[in-house]
Design a protein around this ligand. Structure first.
Ligand SMILES: [Zn+2]
Length: 299
């Protein structure tokens, strides 16, 4: 898929995997088989695989290029790591080949930003070198929201990572050890090309990334929502949300703010083409894929 072009700024998706991954009942405590049946006409096949009965989830990064600057947003699950979920455990993926094919070498990345510090957003932060985890991007500053870091620093010392495996130790700590991490506030911005929007709740320091150029704008919304079922049922938070109530309030405000504006919203885990515009539809929301060559809408 071609990148989004916003004047002299481009945004390219680098997909690690896009497959049926999660049971809807695992991720959404409110979901029942009746919900899936009611929405089958638009869920199948892009959003839900009826054979495995799993939701289709994309795990991807975004490369933003502006002039000589290369920014990488989110780094998927990574390679060769010990993880509790078998699907992520000691895996290899063609992610680095895809990054290089997009014209990006590890050395050329200037900035790495993680919308939040979950296991599927920090993996390629590090790679194994002589038995030691080191930053994958040797010349990059890794920008991490201060609130997010304070939370996960604590969680990684407690039982907070039992569900996933201690990915903070292999994928975040080494970036600090190498002196490449900078803690940022949510008012961080790069001129009027990139700025953050606070979207707390899924995690305590979660942010969305606005990218703008040539009079156009899009929002990389991270895990503010995970699946289009949350447009149909905006009150559904996930089992993985640190504060499900705050996540619900954040999502309600975000959807109300952008519905009907034509803004391209790009949630991390939405399958190809990932970008949508949203419209209010009574008590919920409808969407249209921003790439008209790919059919798909729900109202
Ligand atoms: Zn995620």
């Amino acid at each position: 898929m071609p990148p989004w072009v916003l004047g002299d700024v481009s945004v390219t998706r680098i997909i690690e995997a896009e497959d049926p991954l999660l049971s809807p009942y695992e991720i959404f405590p409110d979901c029942t088989p009746e919900h899936i049946a009611e929405n089958a006409s638009w869920l199948i096949p892009r959003w839900y695989d009826p054979v495995s009965e799993l939701l289709v989830i994309s795990i991807q990064s975004f490369v933003i290029r502006s002039g000589a600057m290369t920014i990488l947003i989110d780094t998927c699950t990574g390679e060769g790591k010990n993880r509790a979920r078998q699907r992520f455990h000691q895996r290899t993926w063609p992610w680095m080949e895809r990054l290089r094919a997009a014209g990006v070498t590890p050395e050329s990345v200037d900035v790495v930003m993680c919308t939040h510090l979950h296991v599927d957003h920090v993996g390629w932060n590090t790679r194994l070198e002589n038995g030691k985890w080191v930053p994958t991007f040797p010349n990059a500053r890794y920008l991490i929201a201060r609130k997010e870091w304070e939370y996960w620093q604590h969680e990684s010392r407690s039982e907070g990572l039992a569900r996933t495996g201690n990915y903070i130790t292999d994928s975040v700590m080494p970036v600090f050890a190498a002196g490449q991490a900078d803690l940022i506030a949510h008012d961080y911005h790069i001129a009027n090309m990139l700025w953050l929007e606070s979207t707390l709740g899924h995690t305590p320091g979660h942010f969305a990334v606005h990218v703008a150029g040539g009079g156009k704008e899009l929002v990389l919304s991270g895990d503010m929502m995970h699946h289009a079922l949350q447009l149909r049922y905006p009150h559904w938070s996930t089992r993985f949300c640190a504060d499900p109530n705050q996540a619900r309030e954040t999502r309600a405000a975000f959807l109300a703010k952008y519905a009907g504006t034509g803004m391209t919203i790009v949630p991390s885990h939405f399958p190809t083409p990932s970008g949508i515009t949203i419209e209010r539809a009574g008590d919920h929301y409808g969407f249209t894929f921003c790439d008209e060559t790919i059919a798909g809408s729900y109202r």
